[in-house]
Design a protein around this ligand. Structure first.
Ligand code: CFM
Length: 540
């Protein structure tokens, strides 16, 4: 029987004290699409209730780990006690491919100032300076980035002053991030801080002109499991030049020159929309939301890029690439659909993928019964149309909003007003993101910052065929007898982007939702009584 989402919501809230229940009630919403395209309001980007187990990470993780981490030739130094710097070790499956076998790649390294009691008491700037010098002497990088952990903010080290001094002394770009873990309610604050500093210190520092015809940046693609490699290859075949990716498989030089592009294509809206907006204001580069997750979505994204450039030859080329790729995709869909049609999935991950991956499941004929982000904002759920109504609370005010104006000499609107109208008429939404909920069915449960208790209850109530999450909940879900696909790291799989990635994903999910392995598994205390059952399961 299909669970009633309203009853399920009440069930989740039942266990909480009154105040917590009231707060959670605004973060757990039954989706309902109105005729005007609106959806119910969902509370998000607010503090997790103390004591609850959350999937979230910290601001430092969002800045160092997510946005800057995938850039191979910026040398990253974590300023803080070593225990605070877990993410200074590469914990995300972001891949990179230097141009030459001896090209700079600092991603496998883990550099920290390893603050001790002495620095906590008397200040850590001296040690930071020495660390930068030491790192420079060993690696001679193009740029060094310094990331602040919680104690740095508490004791008041001025990482930006140290960065300025060392920049002058060494003659390379050195910049710091005030991304102390506590700076925001989640890693989302770290994205914003990373965006600001990249924009201030790197973007637009290399004026080398680019001669190519169709130049874009890809924003918010981090090359997890090799996704960016697939997209790079696709764009290349279409004849579209990728100036920079923020920041999968990226380099410092590409960021510096990225203002030469004529379009920003935004994959993950949550983590990088700030850079997109600032580049539009300062340089006149419009952005469109794209999604290279899902075959249909990939085709649509390529078509939108071609529409934007409005070039007959490019449009034809893109159609050719799409039709070449779709044969294998349709073949794979035809294969998995009979086994997967009607099966149910839940997606609780990040600030983007809980939405983008729904397309892949739908292509397999599967149904999304519940989904939610860990740290996204209302615009990622409800669409950017609600931006003017989002109340800025004290936690968000904590994060600097850069004042960006049109550059006096370098602002150049890429398209005239009439061209913009034409592009919109061709169905390309400029500078907009419609959000997750308008694309979900009525009655689907949408839960923000899901608490672990709720995850376990939901599994009991809905018994979905697959749950998508991360490493923190993975084994609890598996122990409940439900397969868990990690959508952060892809477990050991991927790539899942583009057409080739879609085929990979169909096959992986088909395998997971149709395996009979769980019928053979018994807990030790169940072993005796289950012996016969197992025998008969194997026999059948
Ligand atoms: Fe964007 Fe990401 Fe995500 Fe994200 Fe992330 Fe990630 Fe994610 Mo893990 S940038 S919001 S902070 S798409 S690391 S590559 S998978 S939570 S949904």
């Amino acid at each position: 029987m299909k669970p009633n989402p309203h009853t399920a919501k009440d069930e989740l809230l039942k266990a909480y004290p009154k105040k917590t229940a009231r707060k959670r009630a605004d973060q757990i919403v039954v989706n309902e699409r109105r005729a005007d395209g609106g959806v119910p309001e969902i509370k998000s980007n607010v503090r997790t209730t103390p004591g609850a187990i959350t999937q979230r990470g910290c601001t430092y993780a969002g800045c160092k780990g997510v946005v800057i981490g995938p850039t191979r030739d910026i040398l990253s130094i974590t300023h803080g006690p070593i225990g605070c710097g877990f993410y200074s070790w590469l914990t995300r499956r972001n891949q990179t491919r230097p141009e030459t076998s001896d090209g700079a790649n600092y991603m496998p390294y883990c550099l920290s100032t390893d603050m001790q009691d002495e620095q906590i008491v008397f200040g850590g700037e001296k040690k930071l300076r020495a660390a930068i010098q030491e790192a420079y002497d060993i690696f001679h990088p193009k740029a060094i980035a310094i990331f602040s952990t919680c104690p740095v903010g508490l004791i008041g080290d001025d990482v930006h002053a140290v960065a300025r001094d060392m920049k002058e002394k060494l003659g390379i770009n050195v910049f710091g991030f005030s991304c102390e873990g506590y700076k925001g309610v989640s890693q989302s604050a770290g994205h914003h801080i990373a965006n600001n500093q990249l924009f201030k210190h790197v973007v637009g520092t290399d004026e080398t002109p680019r001669p190519e015809k169709f130049k874009i940046n890809l924003l918010g693609e981090y090359n997890i499991g090799g996704d960016a490699f697939v997209i790079e290859e696709l764009l290349d075949r279409c004849g579209i030049t990728l100036v920079a990716t923020f920041s999968g498989n990226s380099t410092y030089d590409a960021f510096a020159n990225s203002h030469m592009a004529d379009l920003n294509a935004v994959m993950c809206h949550r983590s990088i929309n700030y850079v997109a907006e600032m580049m539009e204001k300062k340089f006149g580069i419009p952005w469109i939301k794209v999604n290279f997750v899902g075959a249909e979505a990939t085709a649509k994204s390529l078509r939108h890029i071609a529409q934007y450039f409005n070039d007959a030859e490019l449009i034809e080329k893109v159609e050719q690439v799409i039709s070449d790729e779709m044969t294998a995709v349709l073949h794979a869909q035809f294969d998995v659909r009979p086994r997967c049609e009607g099966k149910t999935a839940m997606l609780f991950v990040g600030g983007s993928r809980a939405h983008s991956y729904q397309t892949l499941f739908k292509e397999m004929g599967m149904k999304i019964v519940a989904a939610g982000y860990e740290f996204a904002h209302r615009d990622d759920y409800e669409g950017r149309r609600v931006l003017p109504t989002i109340k800025v609370d004290a936690d968000s005010r904590n994060i600097e909003e850069l004042e960006v104006v049109a550059d006096e000499t370098r602002y150049r609107p890429r398209r005239g007003p009439e061209e913009l109208v034409q592009i919109r008429e061709a169905g390309v939404e400029l500078n907009d993101y419609s959000g997750m909920m308008p694309e979900m069915e009525d009655g689907a449960l949408v839960i923000d910052d899901i608490y672990h208790y709720e995850t376990e209850r939901l599994l009991e109530i809905y018994k979905p065929d697959i749950f998508c999450g991360g490493i923190k909940e993975k084994f609890a879900v598996e122990k409940a007898g439900i397969p868990c696909k990690q959508l952060h790291s892809y477990d050991y799989g991927g790539p899942y982007a583009g057409f080739r990635g879609a085929v990979n994903f169909y096959n992986e999910i088909d395998r997971m939702v149709n395996t009979r392995i769980r019928a053979y598994v018994r807990a030790p205390w169940e072993a005796d009584e289950a012996e016969e059952e197992v025998e008969s399961a194997i026999a059948s």
